[in-house]
Design a binder for this molecule. Structure first.
Ligand SMILES: [Zn+2]
Length: 264
């Protein structure tokens, strides 16, 4: 079959990382079909209609390309080529299903406390002498004195002494906080995060309201593990009408029905 010039050029320049273009072509009779598959494999987010258009289907009519995309996705030869190319890519990257499950499981079960914690620690009066306000050190007290002077306010007292640390434990007998302390948020040094927490970590964001540690979605990771292990059936699939199903899906549903597997 004749391949339009643009489709052929783009197929040759296909950026698939595993040389998919040439390999797909070897196994398929139709150049345009091979180009369609190559575009989809090179860019997994590409829509079938766009891949069909780029492969030379539909001419200048978007509707024709869309219809061709839908038809091609049902084509057994195309489906087989896509499955094969995906498997080949996984093999080249040495990715196994076990590795994917293990990684997702690590994210799902990681302890977010290793990344950030809300701790209750000593208030300024917990360990001050006579439970008076405790300064970090003399320098902090002197700075407070200077500020007070500028505002023509009385100098603060340093009767509570020095040595305050926001990491110190609460004094349960503190008359000021009644042993409740003060709530503070602590973030881990991200360079030293290891194990599952490292996989959970997705970067930091500094915004108007301060710093935010971002994490991957643990519930979604757990759901993906369940799906991969077959614990969950994707109910969405069963809501399809027969018109929306591919031939393979319809056959699978009929076979399941014949085996007596009730989907509900
Ligand atoms: Zn206190």
């Amino acid at each position: 079959m004749h391949l339009p010039r643009r489709g052929r050029l783009e197929l040759l320049a296909c950026p698939a990382p595993c040389g998919t273009g040439a390999e797909i072509k070897e196994h398929m009779m139709d150049d345009r079909k091979a180009a369609f598959v190559a575009f989809l494999i090179a860019n997994p987010t590409m829509k079938a209609a766009e891949a069909a258009r780029q492969a030379g289907y539909g001419g200048s009519k978007p509707q024709s390309a869309r219809a061709a995309g839908t038809r091609l996705m049902k084509d057994p030869e195309v489906r087989e080529a896509i499955a094969k190319a995906k498997a080949q890519r996984a093999e080249k990257l040495e990715i196994t299903a076990d590795m994917v499950v293990e990684r997702l499981w690590a994210i799902a079960t990681a302890d977010p406390n290793e990344l950030m914690q809300h701790r209750r620690t000593a208030c300024r009066y917990c360990h001050g002498i006579g439970h008076a306000y405790q300064w970090i050190d003399e320098a902090e007290w002197l700075l407070a004195c200077q500020r007070a002077e500028k505002r023509h306010q009385p100098k603060p007292s340093d009767d509570g002494g020095y040595g305050f640390s926001e990491h110190a434990d609460i004094n349960p007998h503190c008359p000021r906080c009644n042993g409740e302390g003060y709530g503070r948020t602590f973030f881990a040094d991200t360079r030293s995060i290891k194990g599952p927490a490292r996989l959970l970590y997705a970067g930091v964001k500094e915004g108007r309201d301060g710093m935010e540690v971002k994490t991957h979605d643990q519930v979604a990771a757990m759901r993906d593990v369940c799906k991969l292990l077959g614990f969950l059936k994707d109910k969405v699939e069963h809501k399809h009408t027969f018109e929306q199903m591919s031939d393979d899906e319809i056959e699978r549903q009929i076979a399941a029905f014949e085996r007596g597997e009730n989907e509900a």
